[in-house]
Design a protein around this ligand. Structure first.
Ligand code: DQA
Length: 145
C-alpha cells in the first residue's frame, strides 16, 4: 500500500488564483493539488490534499495524521504567524513536516516574518510559488524512504 502524505492548506488559500494575484500568482488551489498529486504519484506516495479556513479543523486533521500519514506538507497561511495550537499539534507528530509558503514571508510585512510552525518543521520552503509544494514532496519522499 502506498505511503500517505498529508498536504494541508490554511485560511484563504481556497481563493488562490483570484486572491491578490500580484502577490500569490495565477495558479488556483486546484492547480496546486494537481501538481502535488502528480508529484506524489511519481514517488509512489498517496496524496491527501486538504484546505480549511478553520484553525480547529486543521488541528483535528493534524491529530488524525498520527499513525496514518508518513509525512506532512503544510502551508498554514495566516495561522503560521498566530497559532500555538497548530504548533502544539504538529509537535506531537513523529513524521517529517515541511512548511511551505508561496511567497517569501521574510520580504513581506514584519508580522509575517515569524512562523510558529518553523520550529517544528524539518524544513521550510518559501518564495518559490507552487513549486515549493513539489520540492517539499521531493524532500519528504527522500526522508520517508
Ligand atoms: C502564505 C503567507 C502568509 O503570510 C499568508 O497569510 C498566506 C499565505 C504564503 O503561502 O505565502 O495566507 O502562507
Amino acid at each position: 500500500m502506498a505511503k500517505r502524505v498529508l498536504i494541508l492548506n490554511g485560511p484563504n488559500l481556497n481563493l488562490l488564483g483570484t486572491r491578490e494575484p500580484g502577490v500569490y500568482g495565477a495558479a488556483t488551489l486546484a492547480d496546486v493539488e494537481v501538481l502535488c498529486t502528480d508529484r506524489c504519484e511519481a514517488h509512489g506516495l498517496e496524496c491527501d490534499f486538504r484546505q480549511s479556513n478553520h484553525e480547529g479543523e486543521l488541528v483535528d486533521w493534524i491529530q488524525q495524521a498520527r499513525g496514518t500519514a508518513e509525512g506532512v506538507v503544510i502551508n498554514p497561511a495566516a495561522y503560521s504567524h498566530t497559532s500555538v495550537a497548530i504548533h502544539d499539534a504538529l509537535r506531537m507528530l513523529d513524521v517529517p513536516i515541511i512548511e511551505v509558503h508561496l511567497t517569501n514571508i521574510h520580504q513581506r510585512e514584519p508580522f509575517r516574518h515569524h512562523s510558529y510552525v518553523s520550529a517544528v518543521a524539518r524544513g521550510v520552503v518559501c518564495g518559490l510559488g507552487p513549486s515549493g509544494y513539489t520540492l517539499a514532496i521531493d524532500a519528504l519522499a527522500e526522508f520517508i524512504d
